[in-house]
Design a protein around this ligand. Structure first.
Ligand code: F0G
Length: 354
């Protein structure tokens, strides 16, 4: 069977209006990669998988929601779409709008947007506007504009974004033949955790796949859902989730609670350390994407999440290529040698002796 994208595969299970078209870049169908060695390092006795969402067409999970949101907007005759973004939504909206022949306007916070995301939005032809403020300021502006004009909002407040993003839960159940015991994922604006919970519940009602406990993980400097109040100046190395007022915060808390899970925060150093551990398994993700697994590691260490024979799925939301600068800032620079055999032999000697 030819794969034609998420709306083709799961459209019948998505609550989309009849006018919805089909704007696809063949997103989804991402691998669920087993990581037995990392599971062992974390204490062993359980199955660990990462769903590598960085392998979507624009390098993040946003493409799942965007195929639905842009397909709906295009089908309704919208000409321009708008979003606020820490970067990934911007790149995804830009790509799908380009595919549909629509204009995309993306608002990003000043500074702190990873280079690969900004470059993507520009390359796909979006009008990029840098706002002198935070993501939360930018989101408030695009909500206001979309209320006043025919410009369509494609942030995850748009319900069709969540409809598309539910498909990741369907894929996990289809691959494992059941829901995992735990699902760990990063939480920023809280659309994704909300969508996963909707998806798992729908699949369970339909196919008795069971429900996971959901561990949502924020960065300590941007953890409004853990603190129980908005964070005015969120700060974290995981710039994708540098968000102080999550639009779907209430639903995220509800998903965690209903599932028997929770929302916790981890430090930037724990995030970067997990990014390195994942890369050591051959899976290079951007810092935000290592946050779910960093939370898992912390909970295992506190003995708050452990049970033999459990299946854990961690969502790695975006590709490491999106944020190359963090690597040059936090990891070793390449060695430099003269272009001579002697120089190379000397360097190789020192490497193989250590
Ligand atoms: N991981 C990555 C790589 C992200 O880009 C985001 C959100 C999240 C996790 C959190 O997902 O917001 O649904 O809770 N990025 C948005 C953006 C905010 O603008 O690209 P969430």
């Amino acid at each position: 069977m030819v794969y034609e994208g998420l709306l083709d595969r799961y459209g019948a299970l998505l609550n989309l209006p009849a006018h919805t078209g089909q704007v696809s870049l063949l997103e989804g169908n991402t691998p669920l990669i087993p990581l037995p060695r990392l599971a062992q390092e974390l204490g062993g006795g359980f199955e660990l998988y990462v769903k590598f969402e960085g392998l979507n067409p624009t390098g993040s999970f946003k493409d799942r929601g965007m195929t639905a949101a842009i397909s709906e907007a295009a089908g309704r005759g919208v000409e321009t779409v708008i979003c606020a973004s820490t970067g990934n939504t911007a790149a995804s909206a830009a790509a799908y709008a380009a595919r549909a022949g629509l204009r995309a306007v993306v608002l990003i916070p000043e500074g702190k947007v990873a280079a690969g995301k900004l470059a993507g939005a520009v390359a796909y032809g979006a009008q990029v506007i840098q706002v002198q403020g935070s993501f939360d300021d930018a989101l408030a502006l695009v909500i206001e504009i979309s209320n006043r004009t025919p410009i369509a909002l494609v942030n995850s407040l748009n319900p069709y974004r969540l409809e598309g993003q539910k498909t990741a839960a369907f894929e996990i159940c289809d691959t494992l033949q059941a829901a995992p015991d735990w699902l760990c994922l990063p939480v920023g604006n809280a659309g994704n955790i909300t969508a996963y919970w909707m998806g798992f519940r729908q699949y369970d009602a339909l196919k008795q796949t069971g429900l996971p406990k959901v561990l949502g993980v924020q960065a300590e400097g941007a953890a409004p859902l853990v603190l129980g109040r908005p964070v005015e100046k969120p700060e974290t190395v995981a710039t994708a989730i540098r968000i102080g007022r999550p639009a779907r915060g209430e639903q995220a808390l509800q998903a965690a609670e209903e599932s028997g899970g929770r929302i916790i925060a981890v430090s930037d150093s724990a995030i970067l350390s997990m990014q390195r551990r994942l890369a050591a398994e051959g899976v290079w993700v951007e810092p935000a994407s290592a946050t779910g697994l960093a939370g898992l590691a912390a909970e295992i260490q506190r003995k708050r999440l452990y049970g033999r024979d459990q299946r854990v799925v961690a969502i790695c939301t975006g590709h490491g290529l999106k944020d190359p600068d963090i690597i040059s800032q936090t990891m070793r620079a390449p060695l430099r040698v003269h272009a001579s055999l002697a120089a190379l032999e000397e360097v190789l000697g020192s490497i193989t002796n250590t």
